[in-house]
Design a protein around this ligand. Structure first.
Ligand code: SF4
Ligand code: SF4
Length: 480
């Protein structure tokens, strides 16, 4: 533990700066797995099935007729759990993001980097889809190494062709899925069922994303977690001695030493040797190539492969499971159980406040947004009947899924509103723009600028209102 030179290098890059290709061995499952401990790889496989179903069905699942999740940046429409958000809802959206970030910080402080190994789409797709395809086509780590080392004969070309063909196809499916999360499931189906010539730009973008995903899963792989993902780098400040992480019990494991033939555990322990038989299995199954016996490291994605591997070894050598397990540093060093620390309490309090404000904002969220802009280049018009007119461009965003109809009403001062057909219909989830003329009698004008309040009434209730100024000529202002 005192030798920290491992922190000066990363396992995926050699001392000349070249990429070291990772060949993680399949973690033990089924008959190879320990019988006296849970098999995390099998559990992760079940969890990933559920997540993959949600991920692939996401753009097509609807709640109240709206997508479960849609981030339509192009049309500036966002749907989260069937609730539509618009650019006007940015404060709510920003607050939700901050609350999400605090929740992630809290989750990490308690459970470590569990998100990375169990939920992150990059890990789920890499380890549970692409890696498994690779194992199925090329075999386990040793066979993959042998295949890569041999010349390009028919077997190598066939296996590489099949693997990369499937990888490319999967990448194409994933890039369609990404598009589905942007434009929505219905628009995606329409796009997919029409010839590419009708949307050449979109098709080109799809191919571009396909190559990007292919490069990510076929070549870049674990480097996305170790070089690119900021969350992994945040880890060192988010974790503390109380956080649950995948940890090696060095007190029990050290001094590590190979188990000699015929050596009993009593003899071994008597010689100061620990439970770690230095088999290296925990290292060869690690997708990021680290040795967890060196302690918590930034590259660890909490996939638990090393736990499964070590448990299977412990069972074979007849020692208790859990030499590598989910544990905090305090648990290993001092035998302490998990504590709710002041830091965790502070995160909980902050999250509670943020969620309360968020719920309050959601509950009072306006269903319609109204904006008024004075028509460019126009100040006022004097009407033949002596009244003064001001012209505005009015825009309304109907955030609801239903058509709304309502009159515009001049809340103050007294006057008349004139707009197309004197009827305002707002289609669902659309912006409507109209020209609006406000007419005031000179006696209701209080100066060059008169405060004015205009509202939109739907079913007898003011849905939104805008306060602005009514401009009048100096003569009208002086007359008062
Ligand atoms: S150290 Fe263990 S948990 Fe961490 S990435 Fe490697 S195998 Fe997974
Ligand atoms: S798998 Fe367990 S016994 Fe083998 S080297 Fe790793 S920690 Fe030691």
């Amino acid at each position: 533990m005192s030798d920290s030179t491992f922190r000066d290098t990363i396992p995926t890059v050699d001392d000349k700066g070249r990429r070291v290709w990772m060949y993680p061995r399949k973690p033990p499952t089924g008959k190879r797995a320990a019988k006296n401990a849970p098999n995390f790889f099998a559990l992760r496989t079940y969890v990933s099935w559920v997540l993959l179903v949600i991920l692939f069905a996401g753009p097509f699942i609807k709640i109240n007729g709206r997508p479960l999740l849609m981030m339509n940046i192009l049309e500036r429409k966002f749907s989260i759990f069937g609730v539509m958000f618009w650019p006007q809802d940015f404060p709510i959206f920003a607050l939700a993001m901050i609350a999400g970030f605090v929740a992630l910080v809290l989750f990490t402080a308690v459970f470590g980097r569990i998100w990375c190994g169990w939920i992150c789409p990059q890990t789920v797709l890499m380890e549970m889809v692409f890696r498994k395809i690779e194992y199925a086509v090329e075999g386990d780590a040793a066979q993959q190494k042998a295949l890569n080392a041999k010349p390009w004969d028919q077997e190598k070309m066939t296996k590489k062709g099949i693997k990369h063909g499937i990888f490319f196809l999967m990448s194409f499916v994933i890039s369609n899925l990404l598009l589905g999360y942007i434009i929505g499931g219905d628009a995606l189906i329409e796009l997919v069922t029409s010839p590419p010539t009708q949307h050449a730009g979109g098709f080109f973008a799809l191919l571009l994303f396909t190559f990007m995903f292919y490069a990510l899963f076929a070549r870049f792989r674990e480097q996305a977690c170790t070089f690119v993902c900021p969350y992994g780098r945040f880890q060192s400040v988010l974790l503390d001695e109380n956080s649950l992480v995948v940890a090696y019990d060095h007190k029990r494991g050290e001094k590590r030493a190979r188990k000699l033939r015929g050596e009993t555990w009593e003899e071994r322990l008597g010689l100061g040797k620990g439970d770690c038989v230095d088999c290296g299995l925990c290292v060869v199954v690690c997708p990021t190539g680290i040795d967890i016996r060196n302690g918590t490291q930034m590259e660890c994605v909490n996939c638990c492969n090393c736990i499964d591997a070590c448990n299977s070894v412990m069972e074979k050598v007849k020692r208790p499971a859990g030499l590598i397990r989910h544990a905090s540093q305090d648990n290993i060093e001092k035998g302490e159980r998990f504590k709710i620390t002041p830091r965790i309490k502070a995160y909980c309090a902050l999250l509670g406040v943020l969620l309360t404000v968020l719920v309050a904002l959601m509950a009072t969220r306006q269903h319609v947004n109204m904006d008024l802009l004075r028509m460019r280049g126009s100040m006022y018009q004097v009407q033949p009947d002596g009244r003064i007119g001001n012209t505005f461009e009015a825009s309304f965003l109907n955030k609801t899924g239903a058509e709304l109809e309502g009159p515009l009403t001049l809340i103050s001062p007294k006057g008349e509103l004139v707009y197309r057909d004197q009827r305002l219909i707002l289609p669902p989830e659309e912006t409507t723009q109209i020209l609006l003329v406000v007419l005031l009698d000179p006696e209701d004008i209080t100066g060059r600028e008169t405060s004015m309040d205009i509202g939109l009434k739907v079913k007898g209730r003011i849905m939104d209102h805008v306060k602005t100024s009514f401009m009048a000529p100096e003569s009208a202002a002086r007359r008062r």
